[in-house]
Design a protein around this ligand. Structure first.
Ligand code: MN
Length: 382
């Protein structure tokens, strides 16, 4: 029985993770969950999964939960997520929260020498080097990526050794606006941007997928997770999203991972690794029905997300923090109808150009740069 804590249990990855657990109750036990604002769903999850520990975003939510479930061990706020990660009696910490708070929780999980099922992008994007140093110190801690591309790479590299890898080939669906010209993107609406062709995901990541910033962040993440240099991390548009990524070894053999596009697959793999468990939810992938897999180069002139990520990643230090923060604020502004779709790129570009890089010696530097970037954008784009 593996004991699991889910940070972000009410989000898209969190609810998928609970679905995996719901279907394998003899293998997994949820001992802790955390939700931010969705009080109703969190209550439902507490009633169904009966965790021992629960963290909620706000103090008000904390008080209501305390009244309703007097026996629960309760936490709240960002501090609460860190405290939840410090508990001793669990095996796997699924970090499915978004934002810099996921970094703190991952750091505590590593110091606690646990297995981290990593679903928080910021951790490896903003703090990759710092996390890797920690992993060297806390040798029993492990990171198993949950993001479908990194799970695919993680599974594929098991066919060889890290120093035998020639290229990581990360696939991308191309997003909602694949094939569109710059002029056609000038006036796109939020509703148009939110119609993702293959994956069903949260709003922010759906926009990130259509700007290719999501893929860019995944390139930086892959660099952090697998230690492969940027020139050897390629991105290929693959609209069917069946191959989730590939590893080309030096002998020119390519190992790919294929599967239906549903996050329950990589989540289950992260929970069962190094073993595999029969899938209780899905049938076999019907390749005859899919019939063809196609590939194309990303259009980097229109979709500049990759360009910015390679720039920020190669510069390193605090630059990926800026990329991530600038993108988050820009997407938020777009979703609130304050800026146009293409202005997302403008904001990222300006933020990168104005930033003076700093060495990351602790997490506070990441937070300071993150905050400064957000404030600059907010005061310049109202
Ligand atoms: Mn992904």
């Amino acid at each position: 029985m593996k004991k699991i804590i889910i940070l972000g249990s009410t989000g898209s990855i969190g609810t998928n993770a609970l679905e995996v657990i719901r279907n394998a109750k003899d293998k997994f036990q949820v001992i802790g969950i955390s939700g931010y604002k969705n009080y109703e769903l969190l209550v439902e999850q507490i009633e169904e999964f009966k965790p021992q520990y629960v963290c909620i975003g706000t103090e008000d939510g904390y008080k209501s939960l305390k009244d309703k479930f007097p026996l629960l061990e309760l936490f709240y706020g960002e501090k609460g997520l860190v405290e939840l990660s410090q508990i001793k009696d669990y095996d796997i910490l699924l970090t499915a929260v978004s934002g810099a708070v996921g970094i703190d929780a991952t750091v505590e999980g590593i110091k606690n020498e646990k297995t981290i099922a990593l679903a928080n992008k910021e951790t490896m994007v903003a703090a990759g080097e710092y996390i890797n140093q920690l992993l060297k110190k806390y040798k029993n801690a492990k990171i198993i990526p949950v993001d479908s591309e990194h799970s695919a790479i993680f599974q594929s590299i098991q066919a060889g050794k890290i120093d035998e890898i020639e290229n990581l080939i990360i696939t991308a669906s191309g997003g909602t606006f694949r094939g569109k010209k710059k002029e056609e993107l000038q006036n796109v609406t939020i509703d148009q941007a939110l119609k993702h062709p293959t994956w069903k995901m949260g709003k922010k990541i759906t926009i990130d997928s259509s700007t290719l910033v999501n893929k860019g962040l995944e390139v930086i993440e892959a660099h952090g997770l697998f230690g492969i240099c940027y020139d050897n991390i390629k991105v290929l548009i693959h609209p069917q999203s069946i191959i989730h990524s590939m590893v080309e070894f030096k002998d020119k053999n390519i190992i790919a991972q294929l599967g239906i596009h549903d996050m329950k697959l990589p989540i289950q793999y992260a929970f069962t690794y190094p073993d595999r468990m029969a899938n209780p939810i899905f049938n076999s992938l019907d390749l005859v029905k899919i019939s063809s897999l196609t590939f194309e180069q990303p259009d980097n002139d229109v979709f500049r997300g990759l360009e910015f990520a390679y720039i920020a990643g190669k510069i390193g230090e605090t630059m990926p923090v800026v990329l991530n923060a600038a993108n988050e604020v820009a997407v938020d502004l777009f979703l609130n109808k304050k800026i146009s779709f293409l202005t997302i790129y403008e904001i990222i570009e300006k933020s990168i150009n104005r930033h003076k890089i700093q060495k990351i010696t602790d997490i506070d530097i990441i937070k300071a740069v993150d905050k400064e970037t957000r404030e600059w954008i907010k005061s310049n784009y109202k």
